[in-house]
Design a protein around this ligand. Structure first.
Ligand code: ATP
Ligand code: MG
Length: 719
C-alpha cells in the first residue's frame, strides 16, 4: 500500500503529529481540528511505515462506540482488518485486564459488573443495615461520594477520620460497601480502574509483561482523564513506551466526575521530551458556527488559549428560536427536522442536544407525534428497561446463584409470595453466617426455621432457579434467554399487564432473545452467557443504543463530545437550565458549563439552531427564565432570530398560583391537538391555563402566531 495516502489527507501540523518520533507527543487543539483523525492516521502510520505490530498498540477512546469507529477507520485506511490491537475505553481495557488476571486482582473468575442502578440498590441496602436514615443521608449522595473517592484512587482505608460526622458516616458506608462487594464478587465502574491499577502496582511481573508488549499508547479526549486513569497510563508507559495524547482543555466537561484538566499540564512534566503540537484549522464547521464557538469560550479565564479558523465559507446564520414553552420548542424542532428530511437529508445527520436528561421527554413526544424516528444516544433505551433488567438478572442468577444483587431483584418477580419480611430474614441469615443470599435461603429452607407458607414459597423459588440453570453448559445462549423469560414467568407477568405497556414489554423481551442470537453468532468461544452479560454491562455504562435505522439522534451535551452532525439543535438555552442553576454560584462550575456550550456549538457542521422557551415546566413547576448568557455572548451578526420573542402575545399577569398545567381534560381538546378558529384559522394547542369558565388555551396559529384565548368563547373546533 502507498503510504502517501496516510499523509495525503492531512495538513502539515497533522502530518508532524502523525510522523513524530519523539517519546511523547501531545496534540493540544480545539474542536474539529482533526485530533481524533491524527490518532487514527498515527496508528496506521506506525503499522504501515514503522512496521509496528498491531499487537504492540493500545488506544484509548472515550466511549465504546468511538472505539468501534476508530477500529473501522484504521481498517479502512490500511485496507485490512487488524487483529491483536487493544482499542477501548479505560473501563473496557481495565475489564479486559481483570478478566485475564482475576485471581491476582482478588476477584472471582466470573465477577459481575455492578451498574449504577445496582450500585445504588446495594448502597441503600447497606445503609439500612447500618440503621442510617435515608432522609438525612441520601443514598445517591453516598454512592456519588464513594465513586468520587475511587476516582481519586482512594479506598476507605486511605481516608483519615477527622471527627466530622458527615465524613465518618460516609466512611462507614464505604467500608461496608467494600466488604460487601468483595463478598458478593461484584465490582463497580470506578473499581474496574482502581483494581486494574492496583494489579500493576502489586504484581511487577504482570506490569512487566504489558510494558514489554505495548510499545505505543494513544489516548483521545485526554482532557477528561481522571487521577486513576492518569496514574494507570504513567505506570503502563514506564520509560520505554511511546505515548500520544490528544485533547482540548476547552472541552474538559467531566470535572464533576473527577476528570482533571491539569493532567494536560502534568503530561509535559511527567512524560519525557514531549513534542507539543497545536492544530488550529477547523475542518468541521462553517465560519459562522466557529465564530459563535470562539466568542463563547473566550469568556473563560483559565485557558491554555487557542483560536480556531476555517477555510469553509460563512454558511448559514445560526438560528435562534424563542419558543413560547417547551412544547412549542419541541414542535418547532420537529418541524425543522421534517423539512430537513423532506429535502432528502438523512435523519442521522441531525442531532438534538440538551443540558438535562429530563428535557428529552417532551422532545420525544413531539418527534413521535411528527412520526420522526429518533434514537436516544446514551439514554439506555433498551437495557435500562425494567423488563430487560429483570430478564438479565435471571440470566445472572442462572449463571451464578450467589449473585446477590440479581437474586434480590428477581426473588419476588413475578410476585410469588416472598415478602419483605422473608427477604429481611434471608439477609440477616446471610450476614450472620457470611454467605450469599442463595446459601442463606437454602439453609433457611432446610432448617425449617421459617413459617410454612413463606418457606414453601422460598423453596419453590430455589427449585425453579435450579431447574432453569440445569444443563447450562449444553444449551445455547438463545435457549438460555428463552428460559430466562419463559420459565421465570416474566412473559406471563407482562402478558397480564394489559394494553400497550405490557405488549411493549413482551416485545422487548423478545428483542432480548434476538440480541442474544446476534451475540451468539459473533462470539467464537463458549460459554457465551458470561461474555454477553459483561458486554451488556459495559454497554450500559457507555449508554449506547445501537440500532441501524436512520434516526435523529437525541443526547445530552455531555454525550455529544467527539461527535459531529451536519444539523444540530441545542434546546433549552436558558439561564438556570443552561448554564445549569447549580453552577451559577461557583465560578469553576460556570466555566465548565461554558466549555459544555463550546462542545455543543462545535458539534455542528452546517447548521445550528439554538432554541429556548420563555416558559417551561421543570420538575412540575412553571418557570420563566431569560435567555442563556452563552447566547448573549454570540455576536449578533451571526445570529438570525427566527421570531423575536417580544412579538409573542404574552400575558403580563401570570401569577404562578393561577397557572395550572391542566392537561385539557374535560375541555374536549388535548395538548398538541390541531384545531381551527373562525378568524385565525388552523393552529396547534400548546397549553391550557386555569380551569372552569375562565380557562384559557394557548394556540400556535399558522398565520398569526401564538394567541391566548378564553376557551369558553373561542369557538374552537377540531381541525
Ligand atoms: P473534537 O475536539 O470535537 O473531538 P477533533 O479535533 O477530534 O474534534 P476530528 O473529529 O478528528 O476533530 O475532525 C473533525 C472533522 O474534520 C472530521 O470530519 C475529520 O474527518 C475532518 N478533518 C480533519 N482533518 C482534516 C484534513 N486535514 N482534511 C480534511 N478533513 C479533515
Ligand atoms: Mg475528537
Amino acid at each position: 500500500m502507498d503510504v502517501t495516502s496516510i499523509l495525503d489527507q492531512l495538513n502539515v501540523a497533522q502530518q508532524e503529529a502523525v510522523t513524530s518520533d519523539r517519546r511523547s507527543v501531545l496534540v493540544l487543539a480545539g474542536a474539529g481540528s482533526g485530533k481524533t483523525r491524527v490518532l487514527v492516521h498515527r496508528i496506521a502510520w506506525k503499522i504501515q511505515v514503522d512496521s509496528i505490530s498491531p499487537y504492540a498498540i493500545l488506544a484509548v477512546t472515550f466511549t465504546n462506540k468511538s472505539s468501534r469507529e476508530m477500529r473501522e477507520r484504521i481498517d479502512q485506511l490500511l485496507g485490512m482488518s487488524l487483529r491483536g490491537m487493544w482499542v477501548g475505553t479505560f473501563h473496557g481495557l481495565a475489564h479486559r485486564l481483570l478478566k485475564a488476571h482475576w485471581r491476582e486482582a482478588g476477584l472471582r473468575e466470573n465477577f459481575q459488573i455492578l451498574d449504577s442502578d445496582d450500585q445504588l440498590r446495594l448502597v441503600k441496602r447497606l445503609m439500612k443495615t447500618l440503621d442510617l436514615d435515608e432522609a438525612r443521608w441520601p443514598p445517591r449522595q453516598a454512592q456519588w461520594w464513594i465513586n468520587n473517592q475511587k476516582d481519586e484512587g482512594l479506598r476507605a482505608a486511605h481516608i483519615q477520620e477527622t471527627g466530622d460526622l458527615q465524613l465518618t458516616t460516609m466512611l462507614r458506608i464505604y467500608r461496608e460497601y467494600e466488604a460487601n462487594c468483595a463478598q458478593l464478587g461484584v465490582i463497580d465502574f470506578a473499581e474496574l480502574l482502581l483494581r486494574a491499577l492496583d494489579l500493576w502496582r502489586q504484581y511487577a511481573d504482570i506490569l512487566d509483561h504489558y510494558q514489554a508488549r505495548f510499545k505505543h499508547i494513544l489516548v483521545d479526549e485526554f482532557q477528561d482523564t481522571n487521577a486513576v486513569q492518569y496514574a494507570w497510563l504513567r505506570l503502563l508507559a514506564g520509560n520505554k513506551c511511546q505515548v500520544t495524547a490528544v485533547g482540548d482543555d476547552d472541552q474538559s466537561i467531566y470535572g464533576w466526575r473527577g476528570a482533571k484538566v491539569e493532567n494536560i499540564l502534568s503530561y509535559e512534566r511527567d512524560f519525557e521530551a514531549t513534542h507539543v503540537i497545536r492544530l488550529e484549522q477547523n475542518y468541521r464547521s462553517t465560519s459562522n458556527i466557529l465564530c459563535a464557538a470562539n466568542a463563547v469560550i473566550e469568556k473563560n479565564s483559565e485557558r491554555l488559549g487557542k483560536k480556531l479558523w476555517t477555510e469553509a465559507g460563512e454558511g448559514e446564520p445560526i438560528a435562534l428560536y424563542a419558543a413560547f414553552n417547551e412544547h412549542d420548542e419541541a414542535r418547532y424542532i420537529a418541524d425543522r427536522l421534517h423539512q430537513w428530511v423532506s429535502e432528502g437529508q438523512r435523519r442521522d445527520a441531525a442531532a438534538i442536544l440538551y443540558r438535562s436528561n429530563a428535557q428529552s421527554r417532551v422532545l420525544e413526544a413531539a418527534l413521535l407525534q411528527a412520526d420522526i424516528p429518533y434514537r436516544i444516544y446514551g439514554g439506555q433505551r433498551f437495557y435500562e428497561r425494567l423488563e430487560i433488567k429483570n430478564a438479565l438478572a435471571y440470566l445472572r442468577v442462572m449463571l451464578n446463584v450467589n449473585d446477590d444483587t440479581a437474586f434480590e431483584r428477581v426473588v419476588n418477580i413475578p410476585p410469588r409470595g416472598i415478602g419483605e419480611r422473608t427477604i429481611d430474614a434471608i439477609r440477616q441469615h446471610a450476614r450472620q453466617s457470611e454467605t450469599s443470599l442463595w446459601a442463606a435461603s437454602e439453609a433457611i429452607v432446610s432448617s425449617q426455621s421459617m413459617a410454612g407458607r413463606a418457606r414453601n414459597a422460598l423453596a419453590s423459588f430455589l427449585q425453579l432457579i435450579n431447574k432453569m440453570s440445569q444443563g447450562l453448559e449444553s444449551t445455547t445462549l438463545i435457549e438460555q434467554a428463552e428460559t430466562a423469560i419463559q420459565q421465570s414467568g416474566l412473559i406471563e407477568l407482562y402478558r397480564r399487564e394489559k394494553g400497550e405497556r405490557g405488549r411493549a414489554r413482551i416485545e422487548n423481551l423478545e428483542e432480548l432473545v434476538a440480541a442474544c442470537s446476534n451475540f451468539q453468532a459473533e462470539v467464537s468461544d463458549e460459554p457465551a452467557l458470561p461474555q454477553f452479560l459483561d458486554q451488556v454491562a459495559l454497554d450500559a455504562g457507555d449508554r449506547q443504543a445501537g440500532e441501524d435505522q436512520d434516526a435523529v439522534q437525541l443526547m445530552t451535551l455531555h454525550s455529544a463530545k467527539g461527535l459531529e452532525f451536519p444539523l444540530v439543535f441545542i434546546a433549552g438555552v436558558e439561564e438556570n437550565l443552561f448554564p445549569h442553576k447549580m453552577s451559577l454560584d461557583e465560578p469553576g462550575r460556570l466555566e465548565e458549563e461554558r466549555r459544555l456550550a463550546y462542545v455543543g456549538i462545535t458539534r455542528a457542521m452546517q447548521k445550528l439552531y439554538l432554541t429556548f422557551a420563555e416558559c417551561r415546566t421543570i420538575y412540575g413547576s412553571e418557570s420563566y427564565n431569560s435567555i442563556s448568557r452563552f447566547v448573549r455572548d454570540i455576536p449578533s451578526e451571526v445570529i438570525e432570530e427566527v421570531r423575536i420573542h417580544n412579538t409573542v402575545a404574552r400575558p403580563t399577569s401570570y401569577a404562578k398560583s393561577t397557572m395550572h398545567s391542566d392537561t385539557g381534560e374535560a375541555t374536549g381538546f388535548g395538548l398538541g391537538q390541531q384545531i381551527r378558529h373562525p378568524i385565525y384559522g388552523e393552529g396547534v394547542i400548546l397549553n391550557f391555563e386555569g380551569i372552569g369558565p375562565r380557562a384559557r388555551v394557548h394556540v400556535q396559529f399558522e398565520q398569526v402566531g401564538i394567541k391566548i384565548l378564553i376557551l369558553a368563547s373561542a369557538k374552537l373546533t377540531a381541525a
